[in-house]
Design a protein around this ligand. Structure first.
Ligand code: FES
Length: 274
């Protein structure tokens, strides 16, 4: 479970003020990694800080045995992580957690809020776009953020992308869920639904809740990747539980690190005390 992986690249990308880094790791973890899973990374060579940081897998190259991760500089832990250089070794646990379903044909709608795009990159990479058409709605603060979080990769990947920004510097001014609401009301949605439309989302909890309401009200199956603070990362400490409701109506607590982070949206009880 504990692995040492070599750092291939760890550098700031895009506008420095956005604090977004790309970390590429070499190791056998890539052989078994799946889209939606995460690595639990020790961010220093000492036990300070004690807790590892869970970071979503954004890219998997099984042939080169490489995993790509994007992270945003948010505090001491991620700051320490920025100090690792090429050919340093990092201690990781993983890949951990549940994965996204990878559709084999039809239409896939992705909805991302902010850095919630990062785990969706690994899903996009796993899709055979000859067989599955991908539609992505992505919202961020402003154009600088979106460019720094690798908008160019998306544009080059052939995905049909619609953007929203809070300041209107690119695309629709407002929330990504505005774009979703507009899309489900558009007449083209009928054709997408007839072609086995499924969806997946990642972002802040409020955005995921609103996304789930819109998708489920329109009979669009949705998987969500939940973001939760984690300690152990392996299901032992119960520090990351969320509430779900089973098909029989029974309410249960599930661990985001173990049974998640990917859940079916129709199971999640959004307003429960987690
Ligand atoms: Fe410990 Fe999930 S982080 S149970």
């Amino acid at each position: 479970m504990y692995l040492k992986v070599r750092v291939i690249e760890n550098r700031s990308i895009g506008h420095p003020a956005q604090g977004i880094f790309r970390l590429v790791l070499s190791g056998q973890a890539a052989k078994i990694a799946k889209p939606g899973q995460f690595l639990h990374i020790q961010v220093s060579d000492t036990y300070d800080p004690l807790l590892r940081r869970p970071l979503s897998i954004a890219g998997i190259d099984k042939n080169k045995e490489e995993i790509t991760i994007y992270y945003k500089l948010l505090g001491r832990g991620t700051d320490l992580l920025t100090h690792f250089k090429e050919n340093d070794y990092l201690s990781i646990m993983g890949p951990l957690g549940s994965e996204f379903t990878v559709p084999q044909q039809g239409e896939l709608l992705l909805i991302a809020g902010g850095i919630g795009i990062f785990p969706l990159y690994s899903l996009i990479q796993a899709i055979d776009q000859e067989k599955v058409k991908i539609h992505l709605l992505w919202g961020g603060e402003n154009i600088d953020f979106l460019e720094s979080a690798d908008l160019k990769y998306l544009v080059n990947s052939g995905v049909n992308v619609k953007i929203s920004t809070m300041d209107g510097s690119l695309g629709h001014k407002g929330l990504v869920t505005d774009l979703l609401q507009e899309m489900v009301q558009d007449s083209s949605m009928i054709a997408l639904r007839c072609n086995n439309l499924v969806s997946a989302a990642c972002g802040p909890k409020g955005m995921l809740k609103a996304t789930a309401e819109i998708c489920l009200n329109n009979d669009i199956p949705l998987e969500v990747s939940l973001e939760e603070r984690m300690a152990c990362g392996i299901g032992a400490c119960l520090g990351c539980v969320c509430t779900v409701r089973g098909a029989d109506g029974t309410v249960k607590r599930k661990r985001v690190c173990k049974e998640g982070p990917v859940f079916r949206a129709k199971e999640v009880v959004w307003d429960a005390e987690c």
